[in-house]
Design a protein. Structure first.
Length: 106
């Protein structure tokens, strides 16, 4: 793999030969991955899209996939209010233990 001079560590950008190979179904899996890596690092749409290699009946393709934007409701902060203090149970011991007026007194 030849490194791109403007961006060391990034493979060469896709060229006409790569487009022709993809159209003919002759693009290799390795080259498709290299193109995806290059586009993911250098393309202007890299913030909103990603590139993935896809196997088809005719060989490998590079597919551009839109990344869904974050939902608006995820930006709002939700806080639970503190619960008010609960006082003592106003029922008497018989009401608490037996269950009120429906309990037996046996």
């Amino acid at each position: 793999m030849t490194l791109h001079r403007a961006r060391p560590g990034i493979g060469r950008p896709p060229d006409k030969a790569d487009h022709a190979a993809q159209a003919k179904g002759e693009l290799s899996e390795q080259r498709a991955k290299e193109i995806c890596d290059h586009l993911g690092a250098t393309h202007a749409d890299r913030e909103t899209h990603q590139w993935m290699p896809r196997r088809t009946d005719n060989g490998w393709q590079v597919v551009k996939i839109a990344v869904p934007p974050p939902e608006d409701n995820l930006t709002a902060e939700t806080r639970a209010d503190e619960r008010p203090e609960v006082g003592e149970d106003p029922r008497d011991a018989l009401g608490r233990n037996v269950g009120g007026p429906w309990g037996g007194t046996g």
